[in-house]
Design a protein around this ligand. Sequence first.
Ligand code: NAP
Length: 292
Amino acid sequence: MSAFDLAAARQSIGWVTGAGGLIGHHLVQTAPRFAPAWNVCGLTRVQLDLLDFARVRQEFQEQRPQLIIHCAAMSRSPECQAKPELARQINVDVTALLAELAADIPLVFFSTDLVFDGKSGGYHEPSPVNPLSVYAETKVAAEKIVLANPRHLVIRTSLNAGTSPTGDRAFNEQMRLAWQRGERLRLFTDEFRSPIPAAVTARATWELINEKETGLFHVAGRERSSRYEIGKRIAVRRPELLPQIEPASCKDFQNPPRPPDTTLNCMKAQSVLSFQLPAFSEWLRDHPNELI
Ligand SMILES: NC(=O)c1ccc[n+]([C@@H]2O[C@H](COP(=O)([O-])OP(=O)(O)OC[C@H]3O[C@@H](n4cnc5c(N)ncnc54)[C@H](OP(=O)(O)O)[C@@H]3O)[C@@H](O)[C@H]2O)c1
């Protein structure tokens, strides 16, 4: 980048939607370190309801962002299952609007490992998708819209851990809240994911943007862990809550059916990134004062 480009980029506004949520919050927090050239504008629902299409168009015309990182979503599968129309509006229609507005600039969209049916695990980017839930269906539909533009980027990630502004978005926060209420958690021993700290997802996202990557990338942790193993790892950090965990099977959960192994192969992203995507257990060991 020339000095002139750098100066111009410094003034460029980058939108992060869903800044009140887990990953959006971590993207805004890490921007000064990993994306100092961008003037990052984190948008919460209070600042801009993305379902108000007329206002979104107006804000876009006025602010003229040069980058959109789209994190806002109905991200909880049970809520999508209960409200499929609203899930489609938020996850698909809003994404389509942003993709249209961002036709000439980079757009980053977050998708999920749950686009796969989980029969094999270790999924690569070209592996065939087979969504089993409304949430996953909306993500597959939105991915297609975003990937139609060769300037745009889709990042599929797995379970993200971290600290959200509302304190209840990350899975580790939900576990802690349940233990604080004295609940006993039933966690699947036969459902496998690739957990990753949201701070790492954010860093990887900024690096992919800085490298001007487009297309589809998997960004997740290096370790395959069951929900039960993940819960155990979080529990040992909060002994004062007397955390209770009980093993369960995802086969007993049928509505919607749960994909048993949606672990992601992230070699494509890894070949671009300046750091190694961590195994979740190693990351926890190296960051004893985080996620507590
Ligand atoms: N976290 C994970 O483990 C994970 C895993 C795979 C993929 N993803 C994907 O990554 C993206 C970010 O996930 P996340 O965990 O950060 O989600 P999140 O914590 O649930 O945050 C989503 C944010 O979107 C906002 N939002 C929803 N509808 C909106 C609207 N109409 N207008 C404006 N804002 C709206 C929510 O606001 P309210 O709080 O007001 O509802 C919330 O702050 C999502 O696309 C998600 O599907 C996440």
